[in-house]
Ligand binder design. Structure first.
Ligand code: SF4
Length: 187
């Protein structure tokens, strides 16, 4: 069994927080490869993700896919995961306790994937990864450097863009910056 397979098998059986009670699937993520320079991190699975067991396959995921395709991101170049792996009821924001319980799984994914760039999709991801006091409207679109090697970009969650089309241009421009950074670094 590979390290990744071991991680998946342990994560699938996780009952470390109350979100395990109503889940249909533990949603590990989505990607064509684990050998990628770019990791997107969202908040948690929605209804479709819970049903299908895959990350970002609902409306928000389709919007993200559309923009990534328009910007010519190669699907073999990124992986998409979430802060919590089980669906919060009614798509509510996960509590701090749920985030803390689930974060070790994401850290494990980061350890295996070793992304050079992480994009936080929405405030929940940015608060957990960058700063608990993070304010998405003030701080999105800038680069944060971690340990001199990982670049982190916070931007909107595509669900927020679906709810408010005024965010769409900024979201697109943030993703464009990410694409340019990949090219600049030869990734
Ligand atoms: S959300 Fe995370 S910590 Fe909670 S039960 Fe699911 S996998 Fe475990």
């Amino acid at each position: 069994m590979t390290e990744w397979e071991g991680f998946v098998s342990e994560c699938m059986a996780c009952t470390k927080c109350g979100l395990h009670k109503e889940r249909k699937h533990v949603v590990i993520g989505r990607g064509e490869s684990l050998n990628v320079p770019l990791l997107f991190v969202g908040e948690g699975p929605g209804e479709q993700e819970d049903i299908q067991g895959e990350a970002f396959v609902g409306r928000a995921g389709k919007l993200l896919d559309l923009l990534l395709e328009a910007l010519e991101f190669s699907p073999r170049n990124y992986y998409i995961a979430n802060i919590v792996k089980c669906r919060p009821p009614d798509n509510r924001t996960p509590t701090d306790e749920e985030v803390m319980a689930c974060l070790p799984w994401l850290r494990y994914q980061v350890k295996i994937i070793k992304p050079k760039i992480i994009v936080c999709l929405g405030a929940t991801a940015a608060k957990a990864i960058i700063d608990p006091d993070f304010k998405i409207t003030k701080m999105r679109g800038g680069w944060v450097e971690r340990q001199g090697k990982t670049l982190i970009m916070p931007t909107f969650h595509p669900s927020a863009v679906l709810r408010d089309s005024a965010k769409r241009d900024d979201f697109y421009l943030d993703l464009k910056k990410v694409r340019e950074k990949l090219v600049e670094r030869g990734l």
